[in-house]
Design a protein around this ligand. Structure first.
Ligand code: URP
Ligand code: ZN
Ligand code: ZN
Length: 580
């Protein structure tokens, strides 16, 4: 199938023997291709085809659903818009083109006046996460129902081992929770919450075939719970780079936050306003900068989750300008709301918005984050969907540090991004597809199976009505949670029909999901989008020793001190790339 042949082979770096000639050789002489067979990317080609054939098998098991012909719409990918029909059979896209013939028994989906786009991919969710003494109420069923109602057809959820668990145990637990419940496809990312040789080993294991993890998240917040120390984070990133996994980071300064929270509580500030005051934006910017510096030191690609402030975004842009491989992910909450809610007189209102890092205290931040997405300085959108009911938020009634952190987003992200991005005139529908779907598929190495309307891709499709509008409300949403942080917001751009692996799961305001019908999508390591420069960077920055003669015997004194004022060049010359 299309994705089982490596479409990126010209960029497969023959580590450790990379050279520019090798880089361009496949273009110059295709017969040289086998010379780069030693590459991690290519070693995965076989795995990749094994996985895709088993997924094709799964798709053929779904043959019972009728073929669909999505007719009369405009197909939008991240690099094209064209008037075309889309034929879907056995869970896959079978044909894309003008005026396709309708095979016998086909169900027609009328997309006249609508856009036909790859279903959204939300790369950051926490369904039914046990956290701060509570369990998030959107479980894998309600959470994925909410997702498809908003046009999202795949989520990437986080396995988060508690400090006394292990990556393998936690992985098993998450699969047991998710597999019977998911109503659309899902994949997993994993948090690393402690550090030891056995954790390093298990990181290697879970990036293998049967587990399908290709990213690890490190928390620099939640001290004593999930937080890792800088040296653990650094070692973890070295291991990520070794196994071809992307490092992801929750960037805040957990130690200083803890001190500031104590100071505020001692002053009698116990309400949700203490949450934002104990977490000044500078601490997010500081930790983001630190994470970028440490990632460069470890020569590891980095993905900063929930970028909430201008300072954090600025740090990412700064390091990217210096050549670092860093991706920045703002979330729906940060694009559409701000931190003024923490000062609401109604305690419950304020508590509903508690998440970390907090919403920005600067009311111009949501628009600025959207501008950065438009400009390509931030790269994709997520939600961090992690919902707690009002009753659960009340756990922090007398102490803001005990308010369970997290908000909704998975249902409304697509509409919020359309409203703030396309409806406002900042981005076009192709960029919308990029930041809601294709970039995530590329980063997490499942493109073009996901994230593209193309023959052979999974039929995860949203028929999007750009003209329709709706008012977001807890009364009409599909989450389990009893409030919605976007309550009352009018959004243009609505998911008219959502198709997951060739089946209609949302149509004209009605869910048609089957619990447990979603599939786990194993993600391969060595994503080219993430790793294609890393081997060469390793070469350019490798430490170099200096060849010296044996020191002279100085026990009888030194005759004449010779001082060489010229600096000596290391063998191979200096690199002109600055990574720090
Ligand atoms: O407040 C948040 N963000 N809750 C979910 C856990 C996390 O930090 O991602
Ligand atoms: Zn986080
Ligand atoms: Zn999160």
């Amino acid at each position: 199938s299309e994705w089982s042949t490596n479409r990126y082979s010209p960029l497969l770096l023959p580590y450790p023997m990379f050279s520019l000639i090798n880089l361009f050789a496949p273009f110059l002489n295709p017969s040289r291709q086998p010379a780069i067979q030693q590459q991690p990317y290519l070693l995965n080609t076989e795995t990749r085809s094994k996985r895709s054939s088993s997924l094709t098998q799964l798709a053929s098991n779904m043959a019972s659903s009728p073929p669909l012909l999505i007719r009369g719409g405009i197909v939008v990918n991240d690099d094209e818009m064209l008037k075309a029909d889309v034929l879907v059979e056995n869970g896959l896209i079978k044909a894309v083109g003008p005026n396709l013939e309708a095979p016998a028994g086909v169900q027609i989906v009328d997309a006249t006046g609508k856009l036909v786009m790859p279903g959204g991919i939300d790369p950051h969710t926490h369904m039914q996460l046990p956290f701060m003494g509570e369990v998030a109420v959107d479980d894998f069923e309600k959470g994925t129902q909410a997702a498809v109602a908003g046009g999202t057809t795949m989520i990437i959820d986080f396995v988060i081992p508690s400090k006394d668990s292990t990556p393998l145990k936690a992985y098993k637990q998450w699969r047991e929770w998710a597999d019977p419940k998911v109503c659309c496809d899902y994949a997993l990312s994993m948090a690393i919450t402690t550090w030891s040789d056995s954790v390093a080993k298990e990181m290697e294991i879970v990036t293998g075939d049967e587990y399908g993890i290709n990213s690890f998240k490190f928390f620099l917040a939640y001290k004593g719970v999930f937080m890792v120390r800088d040296e653990e984070f650094y070692q973890g990133m070295i291991q990520c780079a070794k196994v071809g996994a992307l490092a992801r980071v929750h960037a805040e300064n957990g130690s200083v936050i803890e001190e500031k929270a104590k100071e505020l509580l001692a002053k009698g500030i116990t309400g949700p306003e203490g949450h934002t005051q104990s977490r000044p934006e500078e601490l997010e910017a500081e930790a983001t900068n630190r994470a970028c510096v440490l990632a460069s030191q470890a020569n590891c690609p980095l993905y900063v989750v929930h970028v909430m402030s201008k300072g954090a975004a600025r740090a990412i842009a700064h390091h990217r300008q210096k050549g670092a491989v860093i991706f920045g992910e703002p979330i729906a909450a940060g694009l559409a709301t701000d931190g003024s809610h923490y000062y609401n007189k109604d305690w419950l209102h304020a508590a509903r918005y508690v998440l970390s890092p907090p919403l920005s205290r600067d009311s111009s931040t949501p628009n600025a984050l959207m501008d950065l997405l438009a400009a390509g300085e931030l790269h994709l959108t997520a939600t961090d969907n992690c919902t707690f009911n009002c009753q659960q938020k009340l756990a922090g009634k007398d102490d803001f540090t005990k308010i369970p952190n997290g908000v909704n987003g998975v249902e409304d992200r697509m509409s919020v991004v359309w409203e703030k991005g396309v409806h406002s005139g900042k981005i076009d529908p192709m960029r919308f597809v990029a930041i809601t779907s294709s970039v995530a598929a590329k980063i997490f190495n499942c493109y073009p199976r996901k994230g593209r309307i193309a023959v052979g891709s999974d039929a995860d499709v949203v028929v999007w009505d750009p003209e329709a509008a709706r008012i977001i409300s807890k009364d009409t949403h599909h989450h389990a949670v009893d409030f919605n942080i976007f309550e009352g917001m009018e959004v243009h751009g609505v998911a008219d029909v959502t198709i997951s692996r060739g089946k209609i799961v949302w149509e004209k305001g009605q869910l048609r999901t089957v619990t447990g019908s979603g599939r786990f999508v194993p993600l391969n390591p060595w994503s080219p989008t993430v790793f294609a420069t890393i081997a060469q960077r390793a070469k350019m920055t490798q430490p170099r020793g200096v060849q010296r003669e044996e020191p002279k015997d100085v026990s009888k004194g030194v005759e004449k001190l010779s001082v060489n004022t010229k600096s000596s060049r290391p063998p191979g010359g200096f690199s002109n790339i600055s990574f720090s």
